[in-house]
Design a protein around this ligand. Structure first.
Ligand SMILES: [Fe+2]
Ligand SMILES: [Fe+2]
Length: 292
């Protein structure tokens, strides 16, 4: 297998942008426009990243040996990007903790889920990573496509989320291509069966855990019961409706012949690079050391 027989665009380069975002106190605890469910949703998601992305790195790296050169170099860039994301979200989570949120319960739940997967064969961790990377890619696509998702948010926090989204799109096929390589001797049916089973499992956990996590953070803001449920579900499923909007893209994962780059959304990357936000951003530190 070489990269050019895969649908990954041959001209695609995965570039770790070593950005460093604000470490100071959040100007506002409800940094997402004073909106309780919106702040809770993004905080809950951010809580998963430091441990979650370290898990992605370890799962993909386990299959790097012997990979074709293009894939090996993509894995290296992928692990560098994810390591920097972990670092920046760890810093962001600290800012949320300093603003008074207790993230302990959410972090414990992430650790519990990861421990269950780590106990299984390494190929299961790779399959889980591939599924979760599809999630991050379609969330990222939607986030960058519709500015309403970050409307009213603190500009520095919004910049962190957009930066992360861009790199998730850029490396969206790395775990998938690693999986294709690692399972190259499997039948198509076996590959599909395992992939589908793992995706259903992680989707259930993703929806249940992120909802519970957001409700817990909303409780810490004094919003509970019907008010909490209704405003959270409204935000997720109706307006701006992130979960509703990614449902179609989520389903495509199960189609025969699926590959993340069947959806060529490089235009979102080009728009980002041309944006005022990037042109006015402080230059990344010169040397990006690869994490792999
Ligand atoms: Fe990431
Ligand atoms: Fe990723």
């Amino acid at each position: 297998m070489t990269a050019n027989i895969l649908p990954t665009p041959t001209g695609l380069t995965i570039t770790p942008r070593d950005r460093r975002f604000d470490r100071g106190a959040l100007k506002q605890r409800l940094w997402h426009g004073g909106n309780v469910p919106a702040t809770a949703i993004y905080n809950a998601l951010s809580t998963t990243f430091p441990a979650g992305e370290a898990f992605f790195v370890e799962s993909v790296r386990a299959f790097r040996d012997g990979a074709p050169p293009q894939l090996a170099s993509d894995i290296k860039a992928f692990t560098t990007q994810e390591a920097i994301h972990s670092r920046e979200h760890d810093a962001f989570n600290r800012r949320a903790s300093d603003a008074g949120y207790d993230l302990g319960k959410l972090e414990a739940q992430v650790d519990k889920r990861l421990a269950i997967t780590r106990d299984k064969p390494k190929i299961v961790s790779l399959a889980a990573t591939m599924g979760l990377e599809h999630f991050t890619a379609i969330l990222a696509h939607e986030l960058l496509s519709d500015p309403r998702h970050l409307e009213g948010a603190d500009p520095e926090a919004a910049a962190l989320w957009r930066w992360h989204a861009v790199e998730e799109i850029e490396h969206k096929a790395v775990a998938y291509d690693t999986w294709l390589y690692a399972t190259r001797h499997w039948s198509r049916w076996k590959r599909w069966k395992v992939k589908a089973k793992v995706m259903i499992y992680i989707t259930r956990n993703f929806v249940v855990d992120r909802t519970a996590g957001a409700l817990e953070l909303m409780r810490q803001d004094g919003v509970t019961g019907f008010r909490a449920w209704s405003s959270l579900l409204w935000h997720l499923w109706v307006r701006p409706g992130m979960f509703r909007k990614i449902a179609g893209a989520w389903l495509k994962f199960f189609l025969p012949g699926f590959h993340p780059w069947n959806e060529d959304d490089r235009e979102l990357l080009r728009n980002y690079e041309a944006s005022a936000e990037v042109r006015s951003a402080p230059a990344p530190r010169k040397k990006v050391r690869n994490a792999a």
